[in-house]
Design a protein around this ligand. Structure first.
Ligand SMILES: [Zn+2]
Length: 138
């Protein structure tokens, strides 16, 4: 699998600024609804379950499992030339499913594989959360 993927900077808006600032410090933040308890993904001001505006940030464990994946052989834009690479949904232990890349993985790639977050610096004050096979729990 490709060792280095490009890390193009995301587009940041007022609802995601805190999320992206945290990635640059190696922290994965999620939002939780203070009224219904839902964990909210993607980051936004309003709870998609109950429309509450009372939400708070909390730090995710950074651990989850591969929910689905594909091996992409046709990268476009910044990813052209980086093939093959893994495009995946990772289901976090907290519940949300993130579209992301699985890196540092070989033949062990499978649905259900335990993974942990790593951050790839964009050099523009943000980092992309990606996932690698998790070290065994200590
Ligand atoms: Zn809610």
């Amino acid at each position: 699998m490709t060792a280095e993927l490009p890390a193009p900077a995301p587009s940041v808006n007022p609802e995601t600024r805190e999320f992206w600032a945290a990635t640059a410090r190696g922290r994965l933040l999620l939002k939780r609804c203070l009224d219904c308890g839902s964990v909210i993904w993607y980051p936004r001001a309003i709870c998609p379950e109950c429309a509450s505006l009372r939400t708070e940030w909390f730090e995710a464990s950074g651990r989850g499992r591969v929910y689905s994946y594909t091996l992409n052989h046709r990268g476009e834009g910044a990813y052209s030339g980086a093939e093959p690479y893994v495009l995946a949904y990772v289901e976090l232990d907290e519940g949300p499913r993130l579209m992301t890349n699985v890196v540092e993985v070989g033949a062990g790639l499978a649905v259900g594989l335990p993974v942990e977050v790593v951050f790839h610096d964009t050099a523009e004050g943000t980092a992309l959360p990606r996932f690698r096979p998790a070290a065994p729990a200590s």
